[in-house]
Design a protein around this ligand. Structure first.
Ligand code: AMP
Length: 287
């Protein structure tokens, strides 16, 4: 049975009890709900890493949405999410209310400025402070744990890794591989907005990533050329490109020249839906 906990102190007490009594290793998978196979792969990943008490949090975090973003229409499917968690052996669903997370007078924010500066952070100026703040609160609520994040949100994973090191938190951060649909589209809660022709056009991102992957395999190492290959089908099929760039996979800074390892970061818009994806060349499998 998956237990639902809504209060951070109750969650801490529960995790502390299983750590003490059963020597459990706590696994944490933070989500905003509308769960899909990508989310559930993170739970499985935590199990493979030795987590014996699995906590999945569901919280649509207002702090990480900008004023013109899709907070109000973000999908909320709690009953279906809970059923998925039951089926995957999740021990606790932590679903706090906004009032608990952000009590009256709330003002503390956690910022990781440098790694947040470019890409998502440049386009969504308050986003990563919102993510870093809520994740710090989740980490505090579970105590020592292994926390699994998707590399789908590559920059977020880097921000949270930095945060955890900087604050010496008793958390092991793991980045798990991207789970994709059969045509290569990265799974996302926002994919449900893509109907008919939009859904078909959305696969242009993975088409571009595959072209870059194949060229890399054939020996191409120029970040500009690989990014251009990834960009072409997106430019043709999407309404607007926010970025398609190949950068250093650790710092997310531009590369001075050809490189063995780099990450291709993509963000583009189809109608009112914004999709992000990435591929770490020299590390990831063919998307
Ligand atoms: P979200 O609910 O969108 O905030 O995502 C919660 C977690 O699931 C984040 O760590 C995401 O990176 C991860 N995630 C979302 N989609 C995928 C996917 N297709 N494959 C792997 N992880 C994912």
């Amino acid at each position: 049975m998956t237990e639902i906990i809504r209060d951070p102190r109750a969650l801490f007490a529960r995790c502390e009890a299983v750590r003490k009594a059963a020597h459990a290793r706590v696994g944490l998978v933070p989500t905003m709900g509308a769960l899909h196979d990508g989310h559930m792969s993170l739970v499985e990943h935590s199990t493979r890493l030795g987590a014996t008490f699995r906590v999945l949090s569901i919280f649509v975090n207002p702090l990480q949405f900008g004023p013109s973003e899709d907070l109000a229409r973000y999908p909320r499917t709690f009953d279906a999410d809970l059923a998925r968690c039951e089926a995957h052996g999740v021990d606790v669903v932590y679903a706090p209310t906004p009032e608990v997370m952000y009590p009256r007078g709330f003002q503390t924010q956690v910022e990781v400025p440098k790694v947040s500066a470019r890409f998502e952070g440049a386009l969504r100026p308050t986003h990563f402070a919102g993510v870093a703040t809520v994740v710090t609160k989740l980490f505090t609520a579970v105590g020592p744990a292994v926390a699994v994040f998707g590399r789908k949100d590559f920059q977020q994973w880097k921000v949270l890794t930095r945060l955890t090191e900087d604050l010496n938190l008793p958390i092991e951060i793991i980045g798990a591989p991207i789970v994709r649909e059969p045509d290569g589209l990265a799974m996302s809660s926002r994919n449900r907005y893509l109907k008919g022709p939009l859904r078909i056009r959305a696969s242009a991102i993975s088409l571009g990533l595959r072209a870059a992957f194949d060229s890399y395999q054939a020996g191409e190492r120029s970040p500009e050329k690989l990014a251009a290959l990834a960009r072409a089908p997106v430019a043709e099929n999407f309404d607007a490109i926010d970025y398609v760039e190949a950068v250093d996979a650790d710092s997310l800074e531009p590369l001075a020249g050809p490189a063995e390892r780099m990450v291709l970061l993509v963000a583009a818009r189809l109608g009112t839906t914004r999709l992000i994806d990435n591929l770490e060349l020299g590390h990831d499998a063919r998307p």
